[in-house]
Design a protein around this ligand. Structure first.
Ligand code: THU
Length: 134
């Protein structure tokens, strides 16, 4: 649980770096990999609204950019505007691409009482899209 608190604290720090002049809805994400490495990201908006990038995908892109090759063990997400700030559908799909077994990858949130809540990727993204060539 201390580890999850640490991830949440880093997500909070990352949310302070958000570029969100259009929505004024800052988000920070902190992703923990199997390797033990941690990467953070914030949302980055654009005047062409649809081009805005979510905090979670920013963090995951940063991880790959730094050469991360292992799977995601946990991700903490935080917005000062919204307790229990769950990832959007696109970010759930991105998490699905790089998560461990879906029951093992943890989604770390903070509720309105500032308590840590732990969900799994399976709980937030059942029946996700995937394909194989079989
Ligand atoms: N946002 C995120 O960063 N992550 C999500 O999972 C949902 C939404 C951002 C996008 C936009 O900059 C702002 O929150 C309002 O939608």
């Amino acid at each position: 649980m201390d580890k999850y608190k640490e991830l949440m604290d880093k997500a909070k720090e990352a949310s302070k770096r958000a570029y969100c002049p259009y929505s004024n809805f800052a988000v920070g994400a902190c992703v923990l990999y199997e390797s033990g490495a941690i990467y953070t990201g914030c949302n980055v908006e654009n005047v062409s609204y649809g081009l805005s990038l979510c905090a979670e995908r920013n963090a995951i892109s940063t991880a790959l950019g730094f050469g991360e090759k292992t799977k995601i063990k946990a991700v903490a997400i935080y917005s000062p505007k919204q307790a229990y700030c769950l990832p959007c559908g696109a970010c759930r799909q991105w998490l699905s691409e790089f998560c461990l077994d879906k029951e093992q990858t943890k989604i770390i949130l903070e509720d309105k009482n500032k308590e840590i809540v732990v969900l799994t990727q399976e709980e937030i993204f059942p029946y996700g899209f995937k394909f194989n060539f079989d």
